[in-house]
Structure formats: structure tokens, C-alpha cells
Design a protein around this ligand. Structure first.
Ligand SMILES: Nc1nc2c(ncn2[C@@H]2O[C@H](COP(=O)(O)OP(=O)(O)OP(=O)(O)O)[C@@H](O)[C@H]2O)c(=O)[nH]1
Ligand SMILES: [Mg+2]
Length: 503
């Protein structure tokens, strides 16, 4: 159990309305006492949990054990350090300062302090959250003050790590916290909130219990052969465990989908020059991200944008128009476009309804032959030279052609539905199902399945029963890794260091 007290800015380090400095650990309240002067005198160390207190953060004051009154802090510099400009010259008056309250010192900022008493806090430790004004400079000053009063600067993710080490959350929940913070779409948020609520943990725990039942029975029978009959138990055991293996395969299989939910679908827009690729990127992102002109070959480099399409998240890549270009820079751009296309999850192949299909278009159809692609006929707001039927005929693909206009945004709703059908056919039943989104979870589950395969082999080749126990133990341990049992310190450090500061 951690023994020191840590502090960090828990809100982002950018100018905003409110900044939060979080202090957690056994000394949280005695450190707070040194830096917080409440408006109404009260013993800071004895504040009740789940209460909020108004006052000021001061630096360089001293904690007085006796009661004084009329303590006045003016805006002048007391300990030689600079005071936050907005408070300079103002007067802060404490009518009554009771026992255990800081006196003197420089006012850094006015604030609200929220008190959480162990174990009812995020970390399960004594925690104080100081809400200050959200200026970067002020937050840094308040944090510095807290650190010089005895707290240690927290590592990224250390608050969440403590919640885990103190047993308040398991590892899948801790990882979900990070996913919630970085969720880029509604689906990603729903899946991480589900994980945070323990859906993956409960699923894994249920499966582990069944494995433990078998293990316990075999161990008992080996210990006490007079009372437990083990002969031919192998087949019975496999029959008991078949649903466990099926559930594990299902979980492992959900990773592909989970990964797409979490990272976003890598979507590459391909098309001949002037088809409207950059216009489509702009329409999807709702911003003027890419340069659009009527000049062919406008885009030369790759441009990436995270886009929300309904509840989906896409990483959309705009590329240079594909043609037989003489220009050297354009050639390089086209090379990059092809390279991205080769590793895309999805290609949006864009065709220009206002021009005739040409060799460049045929080249693109050839390029996407074996890829997951949606054919889009753009500029539907103009008089058609190429119709959907003509494109369909040339493509020879079963794929349906969608008509869109990057200019007026028509057809984008249908595009969303097409993407959803392509990737999440049958829909995401996330309310009922645990979806694995972490590569680490998948690895551990696959390792458990490998142990299960060994177990099947042992049974089929008539190995003695004590061999079963080895594979069962291994399965049990591997699944324990998912929820954070039996994980080494290195792994825990690696996981939590991926968190942002202050979480
Ligand atoms: N009317 C109409 N014009 C469009 C539409 N989409 C794009 N355009 C126009 O087509 C021209 C080319 O658009 P871009 O988005 O630059 O095309 P691009 O495919 O990125 O072109 P390159 O970067 O040169 O490969 C611009 O003049 C756009 O305004 C559309 O849906 N309707
Ligand atoms: Mg372009």
C-alpha cells in the first residue's frame, strides 16, 4: 500500500474555467492545512468527507495552533514571491482563525476545496481536490505550493494506480478509465464505460470460477483417492469446460471490433484529381481542414483527421489524386496514397459524376479490388455525366454505389449506415456483451486458450490427471492477468504510465 502523498494538476494544463489540483495520501489533509486558509475558521484536518470549503491558497504561511482573530492578508508580497496579478492589492480578511489554520503567507488564489475521506475517494485514500482558477500559471503555482508543503509530484496515472493497488478497482476498470478519457466516439465511450462498470471483469471472474471448480476437484481427488473417483474424468472435465473455451474464443474475437471502436476505422479516401476528396474530408470533419481548389493535383501530401460519423469514429486520410503524374512531388504523394490504401481498414473510392470515367478511375478500381471499399459517386448536385449504373457496370463489383455531394453534404447519412453495416453487421450489442478493446487482454485470453488446447491434448493422449492440473492452473493464471491478479510490477508500471498526468 502506498505510503507517501502525491499531488498533480488533475484537469488539463490549458487555460480553462477551473483548474483542479488533487492531493492523495495519508498526509493529504496535513499538507492541505499548510496551504489552505479557509474563509471561515475551522480545523482543516478535521473536515468531514464529501464537504466543500471556500478559502485561499497561501504560500509561506505558518500553521498556528492557537486562535487568532482579525488576521488580514493584504495583496502585498509577504515571502518575496510574486502574487497572482488579479489579487494584488486586494485584501483578504479572516475574521476568526481557529486552531490548525495557516496564517501569514502570500495568497496564490481563491479556491474551493473538496474533501474525500478514505476509503470514499477515487484513490481510496484521503484526498483533497483544490479547485482554483484555471490559468496555467495559477495551477502551476498552487501545485508548487502543495509540493513544497510536502507532497510528491504524481507520475502519470498514479492516482488510478493507487485506486488499483488499494483494491478499489481492478485492472480492466483502471484501463477503462483511460479509455473514457481518450474516447473519440460515442461507441468508444459506451464500451469503455461498460468496461469501467466491470463487464469484462465479471465475465472473466465467472470463467475463472469454473476453471477453479475443476482444479479443486482434481486436487482433492489426487489428495484423497478413496473418496473421489478420477478415472475417465478427463472427458467430463472437457465437457464442463467447453462453454468456458467458447466464451473465451468469443471474447478474443470481439477484439477486432473493439479495436476499431477504440482507435477508429483507418479510412483512406482515394480518387482521381478533382474528384472531391479534400472536399469530402472537410464535409466529414465539419471543418475547412484541407485545401480545395479546382486545380487538379491540389493535394500532394497525406492529411489525417479524426472524424465522428454518427456514433462511429474514423481516422480519415485525404490523399493526392491518383493519375499518371509527371510532377515529381505529385508522384511521391501518389506513392503515399497507395501505401496508405494498402493498410487501410476501409477505402472510400471517390468518383466524379460530372466527368466521364477514365483510365485513372479504372486504375483506382483495380487498386481496391481486394479491399474493403465503398464506391462513392460525388458531385450529385451537378448534371450527371457518369451515373451510378455506369460506375457499377465498370466496377464489376457487387458493392453498392452511393451517391453523395461533398458540397451540400447529401448522402453522408447513407455513408454512415454503409460503414456501420460493413464493420458492425448485426450491430453492436454492447449493452449485453463485454467487448475486449485492449491488446493486452486479447493476448492473455489467447494464452489461456492455448493452455486449454494443451489440456485437450493431455486428455486425448491419456495423460495422468495431475498433468491436467498444470494446464488448468495456467489457464487460471492467464485470465488473472486480465483483471490484474498475478501481474508483475513492470507490467503495472507500463500500463499506468500510459495515463495522462493527474489521473
Ligand atoms: N458542385 C460540386 N463541386 C464539388 C463537389 N466536391 C468537390 N467539388 C469541387 O471540385 C473541385 C475539386 O475539389 P477537391 O476537394 O479539391 O478535389 P480533390 O479530389 O481533393 O482534388 P486533388 O487534391 O487535386 O486530387 C473544387 O472546385 C470543389 O469545389 C461537389 O460535391 N459538388
Ligand atoms: Mg485534394
Amino acid at each position: 500500500m502506498p505510503s507517501d502523498t502525491i499531488a498533480a494538476v488533475a484537469s488539463g494544463m490549458t487555460a480553462s474555467g477551473i483548474g483542479i489540483i488533487r492531493i492523495s495520501g495519508p498526509e493529504a489533509f496535513s499538507i492541505l492545512e499548510k496551504v489552505f486558509r479557509p474563509k471561515r475558521g475551522a480545523n482543516v484536518r478535521e473536515y468531514k468527507g464529501n464537504t466543500v470549503h471556500y478559502g485561499h491558497i497561501v504560500r509561506g504561511g505558518s500553521v498556528r495552533g492557537d486562535t487568532v482573530s482579525g488576521g488580514t492578508v493584504s495583496g502585498s508580497t509577504v515571502d518575496g514571491t510574486v502574487i497572482d496579478g488579479s489579487l494584488r492589492g486586494s485584501t483578504v480578511t479572516d475574521d476568526t482563525v481557529s486552531s490548525g489554520t495557516v496564517t501569514g503567507g502570500t495568497v496564490i488564489d481563491e479556491c474551493l476545496v473538496t474533501i474525500f475521506r478514505a476509503p470514499h475517494s477515487y484513490t481510496a485514500e484521503d484526498t483533497a481536490e483544490i479547485n482554483t482558477h484555471g490559468g496555467v500559471f495559477v495551477m502551476q503555482r498552487v501545485l508548487d505550493t502543495v509540493l513544497s508543503a510536502g507532497a510528491r509530484a504524481a507520475e502519470p496515472g498514479e492516482f488510478t494506480k493507487r485506486a488499483f493497488l488499494n483494491g478499489r478497482i481492478d485492472l480492466t476498470e483502471a484501463e477503462a478509465v483511460m479509455d473514457v478519457i481518450s474516447a473519440k466516439s460515442d461507441d468508444a465511450l459506451v464500451s469503455s464505460l461498460l468496461q469501467l462498470s466491470g463487464s469484462v471483469r465479471r465475465r472473466i471472474e465467472g470463467l475463472r470460477e469454473k476453471i477453479m471448480d475443476e482444479l479443486a476437484f482434481i486436487e482433492a481427488a489426487l489428495d484423497d483417492p478413496e473418496h473421489y473417483e478420477l478415472s475417465d474424468y478427463g472427458e467430463t472435465m472437457l465437457a464442463h469446460l467447453a462453454p468456458v473455451a467458447a466464451a473465451l474464443r468469443h471474447l478474443s474475437g470481439s477484439f477486432g471490433e473493439g479495436h476499431l471502436i477504440r482507435e477508429g476505422i483507418l479510412t483512406v479516401i482515394l480518387g482521381k484529381p478533382n474528384a472531391g476528396k479534400s472536399s469530402l474530408l472537410n464535409a466529414l470533419s465539419g471543418e475547412d481542414r484541407a485545401i480545395v481548389t479546382e486545380i487538379e493535383g491540389t493535394t500532394r501530401d497525406i492529411l489525417e483527421e479524426q472524424v465522428r460519423l454518427g456514433t462511429l469514429s474514423l481516422r480519415v486520410i485525404d490523399t493526392a489524386g491518383i493519375r499518371d503524374a509527371a510532377d515529381r512531388i505529385e508522384q511521391i504523394g501518389i506513392g503515399r496514397a497507395k501505401e496508405y490504401a494498402s493498410r487501410a481498414d476501409l477505402i472510400l473510392a471517390l468518383f466524379d459524376a460530372a466527368t466521364a470515367l477514365d483510365e485513372n478511375d479504372r486504375g483506382i478500381l483495380e487498386l481496391i479490388k481486394d479491399k474493403r471499399a465503398i464506391l462513392l459517386l460525388n458531385k450529385s448536385d451537378l448534371a450527371p455525366v457518369t451515373t451510378p449504373e455506369m460506375l457499377q457496370a465498370v466496377s464489376g463489383k457487387e458493392t453498392q454505389v452511393l451517391t453523395i455531394s461533398a458540397k451540400d453534404g447529401s448522402g453522408l447519412k447513407e455513408l454512415e449506415e454503409a460503414v456501420r453495416a460493413l464493420f458492425f453487421s448485426g450491430g453492436l450489442r454492447m449493452n449485453e456483451e463485454a467487448v475486449i478493446t485492449s491488446a493486452r487482454h486479447k493476448q492473455a485470453i489467447d494464452a489461456a486458450l492455448a493452455s486449454y488446447a494443451l489440456l485437450e491434448e493431455s486428455v486425448q493422449s491419456g495423460m495422468p490427471e495431475d498433468v491436467y492440473a498444470i494446464d488448468l492452473t495456467d489457464m487460471y493464471k492467464r485470465l488473472g492477468e486480465v483483471i490484474g491478479e498475478d501481474i508483475g510490477d513492470d507490467l503495472a508500471d507500463a500500463i499506468f504510465s500510459r495515463f495522462c498526468m493527474g489521473k
